[in-house]
Design a binder for this molecule. Sequence first.
Ligand code: SF4
Ligand code: SF4
Length: 162
Amino acid sequence: MSSALSTLCLHCGMCCDGTLFTQVPLKPGEAEALRRRGLPLGTREDGAGVLPQRCAALEGLCCTVYEERPEACRRYRCQLFTALAEGEVSLEEAKGVVDAAHARVDAVAAALGSAGDGRGSAMRQARVAAAGLELPSGTREALAHAEVYLDRHFRGRFRRSG
Ligand code: SF4
Ligand code: SF4
């Protein structure tokens, strides 16, 4: 990975911290190595293993199991990463998009009154709450605002797992 790309990802972390995804699908055989590293894993309805997000292997914005990370992590490239890799945006522009995404997610946390648990945690709480009836004032709007931006610049139509 070029230094610009790794600078971008170390500025972002949203594909590992629960902001973009709720889980990473595991291929047969991948769970054992991760379990040995002490990572808590889950199971899908079809029996396949998953790595819940926020990923327990994420320390700060670094993956602590980088050499053993699942194939889904190795393959994943968000839209912004691809745009930078292909020279469609500069590193500064890409970092600005990440900053704007962080600001939208922080607005969700603020509307929710969620302090200090991290961006992915705030998004998870807001998504769960949005499925129910009661949400603190402004949370549904802030969540919709954030999800649209995340879809446009990061997820597109591709969702790693859900
Ligand atoms: S969401 Fe994209 S830019 Fe952010 S860490 Fe993941 S691949 Fe990198
Ligand atoms: S294993 Fe590493 S790359 Fe994959 S979600 Fe966890 S922290 Fe991110």
